[in-house]
Ligand binder design. Structure first.
Ligand code: ZN
Ligand code: ZN
Length: 101
């Protein structure tokens, strides 16, 4: 069973205030500029979480042939993971993965 419901929409990033366009191939779940996300999902794409805290990227983890960003919610402190998108700022991803080395 696939739990995704591909909700792809643009938004204004709560962290850097940049306008983020819809991704086009899967649901956009984080900002490609600063990589911050918002705690709105329980399962990816469901938007059923009422926390709505800012998710801060803290680590990068290898996942199959791509990477996952590990987030910590600034509000409820829960951990959350998102797969990187192909237009994410690679230098930001590298910077985050280097913090924990
Ligand atoms: Zn941003
Ligand atoms: Zn939260």
């Amino acid at each position: 069973m696939k739990k995704f419901n591909e909700l792809d929409e643009g938004f204004i990033c709560d962290n850097c205030q940049k306008e983020v366009k819809p991704l086009g191939y899967t649901s956009r779940d984080h900002c490609p500029y600063c990589l911050f996300s918002k705690h709105v999902d329980i399962n990816p794409g469901d938007r059923k979480n009422n926390c709505k805290g800012l998710l801060e990227p803290t680590q990068i983890e290898k996942f199959k042939d791509t990477f996952k960003i590990i987030y910590k919610c600034q509000k409820c402190k829960q951990e959350h993971k998102n797969i990187i998108a192909r237009d994410d700022d690679m230098s930001k991803i590298i910077a985050i993965s280097n913090i924990n080395k």
